[in-house]
Design a protein. Structure first.
Lengths: 223, 220
């Protein structure tokens, strides 16, 4: 239904559950947002549909963007990826029910917010753990849901992220904060996956913070 | 009963790191409007219903974005809003007025730690659904009904604003579709969330210098 070379080809899962980075609130009739790329960032996005002689045209505009993506013609129910007009790596994956799409033009807002305590589940740190210090590890599966091999897969941490390390084998840990020094991962064939390990260290006596946002960057080539 | 999606159709607007709002005095308080424009407002109360009228110097079409206890509850082109609160209930209402039809109500939301959550979902595509029961679990204590919403034939999405939530409690919400015979369908649930209304103050150290008689505060 959607281009397999699209950035949506690489999915992050843990225990077979896809990781959700952004909560999407709001839509237009006939459309439900299944997943919003983390690259969208937070803010208000827009969805638009217009009824055509045959089918509908659907398009998306990411928060902060001034350009809708190229309209995607929808003639059947299914899952579609709608990219932004300025940055195609900003996209939403939507489920469409054509019978419910507005016959004319419909446009609505989609509010995107960060998800804390998502499927990665760096669980709440108890007072005892905070006092003594704590180390937690998580294993992510980077899976290729597209039809082409994904190469030059790289992972790195946002410079604002603290107390987090990444590893390809769970043995050697690093804290790259840019693509130039990123952790290289193996190529991912269609329907294949590579593993990425995360290690979070809470220093002894760390103060309470209810909303620490850890951000992981990924890049890959799918052409 | 079929739902448009298994995940992603239900979400709660989650709080995020924001500047802590100033402490408000007791009583029913409605804060002054915030940027980008300065407004004045009047309140008219009748029983548990309060009418708020906002005056702005903006000309032309003005979009008013209303936030109740930190959660966006409505965007209107009318400067008037009514809210209903229980007697003795405190509420914090903020409004942002803008001429921008694309005003980003998320990025420009007032600072604070919202004490409510918006439970939002898209309709079931099963035509025999007549209502939705919204349930809430607090700290694993079991499901309790917080609202029942009638299904409307041509309405695609629904939302319910929660009551003010308990600080440091763990909440989960789910929506259960109900058919005409009263049968429950398959619920959809949002991930659990720990509510933080009053985050801890930052750690700091205080030092008093006898010589200068100055007190110095520093990060611990």
């Amino acid at each position: 239904m959607y281009p397999t070379q699209h950035a949506d080809a690489l999915r992050i899962r843990t225990a077979s559950t896809e990781v959700v980075q952004l909560t999407a609130i709001g839509t237009i009739p006939g459309v439900a947002v299944l997943n919003a790329a983390a690259r969208n960032g937070t803010g208000t996005a827009r969805l638009r549909s217009s009824g055509e002689t045959v089918g509908h045209l659907l398009c998306y505009r990411a928060p902060g963007s001034s350009t809708f993506g190229v309209p995607h013609r929808v003639e059947a129910d299914g899952v579609y990826v709608l990219p932004d007009g300025e940055d195609p790596s900003k996209f939403v994956r939507v489920q469409v029910w054509t019978a419910y799409l507005a016959p004319g033009i419909a446009e609505g807002s989609v509010k995107l917010r960060d998800v804390f305590n998502n499927e990665i589940k760096a669980d709440d740190v108890s007072a005892a753990e905070a006092a003594a210090g704590d180390v937690e590890t998580t294993t992510l599966s980077l899976e290729n849901d597209g039809g082409r091999i994904l190469s030059q897969v790289k992972a790195w941490l946002d410079p604002s992220t603290e107390n987090l390390e990444i590893s390809s084998d769970g043995v050697a840990w690093s804290t790259p904060t840019g693509e130039a020094s990123a952790l290289g991962l193996a190529d991912v064939p269609p329907d294949g996956s590579v593993t990425l390990h995360l290690r979070r260290t809470i220093a002894a006596g760390a103060p309470s913070d209810p909303e620490i946002l850890n951000q992981l960057h990924l890049s890959f080539c799918g052409l | 009963m079929a739902w448009p999606t298994e995940s992603g159709s239900l979400g709660t607007i989650t709080g995020r790191r924001r500047r802590r709002p100033p402490r408000r005095p007791a009583g029913r308080v409605f804060s002054a409007p915030v940027a980008p424009t300065a407004c004045t407002y009047t309140l008219t109360r009748l029983g548990d219903v309060t009418q708020i009228d906002v005056t702005t110097w903006l000309a032309g079409v003005v979009y008013y974005c209303w936030y109740l206890d930190g959660i966006l509850i409505d965007t209107t082109t009318s400067p008037r809003l009514w809210i209903q609160t229980a007697v003795g209930y405190q509420a914090r209402l903020e409004v942002i007025a803008s001429n921008d039809p694309d005003f980003d109500t998320e990025s420009n939301a007032p600072a604070g730690w919202p004490s409510r959550r918006l439970i939002w979902w898209v309709r079931s595509v099963d035509s025999d659904v007549v209502s939705y029961r919204v349930e809430q679990d607090q700290d694993g204590g079991g499901w309790s009904t917080v609202a029942t919403v009638a299904a409307v034939a041509d309405q695609w999405e629904y939302q319910v604003l929660s009551d003010r939530l308990e600080d440091l409690a763990q909440y989960t919400w789910r929506v259960v579709p109900i058919d005409a015979a009263g049968n429950d369908g398959t619920p959809i649930a949002a991930g659990e969330e720990k509510i933080v209304r009053t985050p801890d103050a930052p750690n700091f150290a205080i030092a008093f210098d006898d010589g200068t008689t100055k007190v110095t505060f520093s990060a611990a």
